[in-house]
Design a protein around this ligand. Sequence first.
Ligand SMILES: O=P(O)(O)OC[C@@]1(O)O[C@H](CO)[C@@H](O)[C@@H]1O
Length: 392
Amino acid sequence: MSETPGAPVIHADRPGTFPHSVLAERHPAILRQVRDALPYGPGQRRALDALLTECTEGTVEPLPAGAHDRERWQTWGMDTYAGRSWFDVPWLWAESWFYRRLLDAVGYFGPGAWQGVDPFRPSKLAELGSPATDEELAALDDLAGRPEHERARALLHGSLWGNRADLGFRLSAEGAEDKAAVPALVADDSERLWALLGASGTGTLCLVADNAGRELVPDLLLLAHLLAHGRIGRAVLHVKPYPYYVSDATTADVLDAVHRLTGAGGAAAGYGRELRAALTDGRLTLRAHPFSCAPLPYQDMPDDLRADFAAAAVTVLKGDLNYRRLVGDRHWPATTPFDEATGYFPGPVAALRTLKSDVVTGLDAGTEAALTAAGGQRWRTGGTHALIQVRT
Ligand SMILES: O=P(O)(O)OC[C@@]1(O)O[C@H](CO)[C@@H](O)[C@@H]1O
């Protein structure tokens, strides 16, 4: 773990703060949701109950000697934090630890019959199969007749606002952009992103995915478009190696999403076929690196991942958690330059994120003041605002 100096690391120890509410309220609610989602047996239910007590009142208990990833978690700080209250370790660490322990409780890592069963799959499938997703996919038919650059921009906004599970590519009668969403952008470096994704490109785009379902679908649509129109030669989609933060995308979720697209008919099916072809011929590859579920900032990424990102024309990181890990989960002044916070990143990097936690960099002072004047600090966590930031 790096000892990088910087703004103070975020902890969850102060009642009344957003991080505290995640540990004290959101995690217990997730445990209840998981209990209800699948018919787990008595042993799994006891383990979920024990985890509830441990994460709210107890201390960090190290993984047992036989755990397959014990050594990895030791390098990720487990021994340092063992014995401390979950509220007294870095918030990012406590959250990642929660999902690792939850999967243990339901037998995800096995051995046994429940090995590999995603506790969040019922909710992911419900979202993917919802009428709202039908509507959003049908909106692709309206997009089909537009010029390529308009489609590309609409799909980029779909991917961005998909982070709020709200696909921005749905066209209004007036034009190609979502009129309500665009003014909510607190930083917009999209033209710099398009400069990296030129009109004809042979380069590789790394897209570090966030949520499955209604976020992953527009991410895939964007990749399909960029590949089909030769803006990039290859894409590498980074997904999680195991279920994480409830809805984060795994390989199984990508396959479900592609299946959903091909079965949808209309323009959506065309995107689905393009994705299947790209996966089959190697233009689109999936990567499920263990570090994608690490409780650490990207500054601490291992060399093989660094090499992947270094070789890309641009790496696009989706969502709030990836943003926290990109700039560091710290109380940065909002005007801290994005270029400075991401200076360590081994190549051009872009963040596409709706704001759902306190961390933010790269705002100008006027924007920050206007946001705060309009409603205190709620803009930081409410998911009502978004940003596209790029460092070349
Ligand atoms: O990465 P995502 O899906 O955009 O957001 C993850 C998130 O919901 O989880 C954290 C709270 O648990 C917050 O940082 C953030 O709001």
